[in-house]
Design a protein around this ligand. Structure first.
Ligand code: TK8
Length: 357
């Protein structure tokens, strides 16, 4: 593991130990691939400011640092990337607008935050569409997905690559959840669940009998801490690295949606770059996205087990319990498949089937 990773993780680890939580802050992570290739020609200097939502220990941050290292090494320091984590520059929606106005160079939103620009991306928000990581990666690396990235042209956003936010899991502070009835609450009120600002996610939690509350990710921790919402849904690694377990007692392994991240560059920044730099940025994005997926996979189950070790009461669903969630959200397909595009969904499902052969 190169020095910068060791420093980053050691710092994070030390912080954890200082706080008295004798828990590892990250699993044994793979080193980033060796940076290959010559130094490209001198086409001037760029310092790129990149805002992301997640913490310094997240796969999103670690892979973004690697992205910057590739560019710095392959341009002999002429391109540098400063990564600002923890939503400190804003949330996904705000940072995308900052890319359009040119006040920020890069950001790394969930695809769910970008469906206002490219509606087809809402396919990724359909519940239980992607049954495995292999299927999800096959879809993200397909021509269909590349077509979605290309469709951002002219929006002020250059979409560079898909990577993994991951399988979303429910957490809450009210009660254990093993069924949609537990979400809806038979003799108690339904859970208030924060969702991303995305209509399909709203529909999912309405179908499950919750009271969904769309909210920016950066406001979520304090909303849960103050009891403004009972719960939220995100991958285990996000729940762990954003310390949601400090304010959430119960987890349920629903895996109801697989959300991609999309690495985004402002078109204004892209247009200022020489073609050779553009090609390098595109290649570095692809390489760092691949590394991010690997880190996210290494983090996933480990994070769930860490959360349990730290006291979160985690419910893992059996086949029958999972089927109850899948049945309950079937109306979401009926409502949204025609709006997203039945042909597109069929193409994605074909890629899913082929990926399991
Ligand atoms: C981070 C977000 C987050 C997403 C959410 O910027 O908002 O819940 O899952 O990862 O993109």
């Amino acid at each position: 593991m190169t020095t910068i990773w060791r420093n980053t993780l050691t710092f994070v680890g030390a912080t954890t130990l200082t706080l008295g939580m004798a828990h590892a802050q990250s699993p044994e992570l793979s080193d980033p691939p060796e940076i290959q290739g010559e130094v490209v020609g001198d086409h001037g200097s760029h310092t790129l400011r990149m805002g992301i939502g997640l913490a310094e220990s997240s796969p999103q941050f670690l892979s973004s640092k690697y992205f910057g290292e590739i560019l710095e090494q392959r341009t002999d320091g002429r391109i540098k990337v400063n990564v600002f984590p923890n939503s400190q520059l804003g949330d996904d929606v705000q940072m995308l607008e900052m890319l359009q106005t040119g006040t920020l160079d890069m950001t790394y939103p969930s695809s769910s935050a970008t469906t206002g620009y490219v509606e087809e991306l809402a396919a990724f928000d359909l519940p239980f569409l992607l049954p495995s990581r292999e299927a999800a990666v096959a879809v993200m690396q397909s021509d269909v997905a590349q077509g979605m990235l290309d469709a951002f042209e002219g929006t002020g956003l250059k979409a560079l690559a898909f990577s993994e936010n991951g399988y979303r899991q429910l957490s809450n502070s009210a009660r254990p959840v093993a069924s949609p009835d537990d979400v809806a609450g038979l003799d108690v009120r339904g859970l208030s669940v924060r969702t991303m600002e995305n209509p399909v996610h709203l529909a999912i939690w309405e179908a499950l009998g919750a009271n969904p509350t769309p909210m920016a990710f950066g406001e979520l921790f304090s909303a849960m801490e103050q009891g403004v919402v009972d719960g939220q849904e995100n991958p285990w690694s996000t729940i762990l690295t954003s310390n949601f377990n400090e304010v959430q007692d119960y987890g349920t392994e629903t895996r109801h949606v697989y959300t991609p991240f999309i690495m985004m560059l402002s078109e204004r920044t892209w247009d200022r770059m020489a073609p050779e730099y553009q090609a390098l940025v595109q290649e570095a994005a692809r390489q760092s996205a691949e590394y991010e997926i690997q880190l996210s996979a290494e983090y996933d189950d480990w994070s769930r087990d860490q959360l349990a070790e730290r006291g979160m009461d985690i419910t893992r669903l059996d086949e029958e319990q999972l089927a109850a969630f899948q049945d309950a959200v079937q109306p979401v397909y009926e409502e949204w498949a025609p709006r997203i595009g039945e042909d597109l969904i069929a193409e994605i499902q074909k890629i899913v089937e082929e990926s399991s052969n």
